[in-house]
Design a protein around this ligand. Sequence first.
Ligand code: MTE
Ligand code: MO
Length: 495
Amino acid sequence: MTRWTAALTGLLGVAAALAAGHLVAALVGPTASPFLAVGNTAIDFTPSWLKDFAVRTFGTYDKLVLLIGMAAVLAVAAVVAGLLSRRSATPGTVLAVVLGLLGVAAVLYRPDLGLLGVLAPVASLVAGVAVFRWLHARASSEASVGGRREFLVVSGAAVLAGLGGQLLGNRVDVEASRRAVGDLTPARPAPPLPAGADFAAEGTPSFITPNRDFYRVDVALSVPRVRAEDWVLRVHGLVDRELNLRYTDLSRRDLVERTITMTCVSNEVGGPYTSTANFVGVPLRDVLREAGVRPEADQLLSTSVDGWTAGTPVDVVLDADRGALIALAMNGEPLPLEHGFPARLVVPGLYGYVSATKWVTDLELTTFAAKRAYWLERGWGERGPIKVMSRIDSPKGLATVSGRPVVTGVAWAQPTGVAKVEVRADGGPWRAAQLATEVNGSTWRMWRAELDLAPGGHTVEVRATDRSGFTQPSERVAPVPDGATGWHSIFFTVE
Ligand SMILES: Nc1nc2c(c(=O)[nH]1)N[C@H]1C(S)=C(S)[C@@H](COP(=O)(O)O)O[C@H]1N2
Ligand SMILES: [Mo]
């Protein structure tokens, strides 16, 4: 067997295995597809520092990078196994079995997949071993390299199976379900935005973040696809009566709209993981009171359809002033799929990792002593109140500006609100910045400051103070375990 033939035998064996698994997964649960299941499980086992690095370095493309990385590793393993199998088919067979078992383990580990899901990696294992051994036998027996019709047959079958699986897996038409959701007009709309809520003309973000620009952070390798008509929210645990709510049980209620700034705990000082939207939904408090929360419950454990969990303090979600929502819509349309369609939680004043469950399907009233949520298990803090923070948006670091520089940015201190923002240049005295009109305490607040600076390089810093009088500390602290602190600073040059 030539080296080329041997390598190709290995590659095609793995391709056939992946395709067979993908096809069977389409029938038993699309996330059981071994490649996805292994990727999702890898994410769950990735240490926090590496995940932070991935989010910092690749942003929203972190998952794409993981998939490409996995494909590269698989391809190399397949080629190596093929090359090692030039005399005997054993090394390649062992690789196919090991990969298949890895898939089985990954599927068993996924909290959202039943036992039936195991059929997908089992199909991979069987197809991988059978196709590899068959190709190997044919390639060893034939002398000519040209007549390898088997290779073409296997390639074609793998492509067909993979595409078939993809089509079948997408037959759940969530886009159509989302279009058919109907009217989500709030009975109680949010107050209209006041004039002068942002300084967008001078470089701050627009007050409301368009949905396509809204930051996205989650551990879902493929966006969960749940149709509104199939969705059920179970409310159970330490309650007087269990509830099972369908989508229309919520969408037909009097909906409320709230303008809320969400923030991610992994946001670095100066980072982008904060955005604002008009969320429309049902007060979470109303639903919990209908279930009747027992006094022992101190944690609301919410679970998404793919098994991710968040633990939220019960006193926060029962607080009428806080205004936590089961949100169905965002900025005038049903939630985009990546932001949690059909329904998600939004809790003002808490970082997303302890509160903002997307694709939520389960609300369990329990205690912090009894259950630990996803990120708590991975070293992040139990309670996640948002820390007061400010950021300079303009000028950009290292920019050159002419004339009198205007420095602008945002600050946030949900749910109390920002009382003061100060800036200083080159370690000089702090000066109050001009604040934009406040929308509510649970949203960010834009600010601007005109500075008198001599030509040359300058370092400008910013700090905010919340309504309780607490000023953000200068001490630089990393996002782990409960949110970054420190003053954002930029360096720029005045001509
Ligand atoms: N199902 C699910 N919900 C989730 C997460 C997740 O990984 N899975 N991540 C949370 C985190 S850490 C944040 S900051 C917010 C981000 O919401 P967004 O992507 O809509 O901005 O979602 C939260 N909800
Ligand atoms: Mo987050």
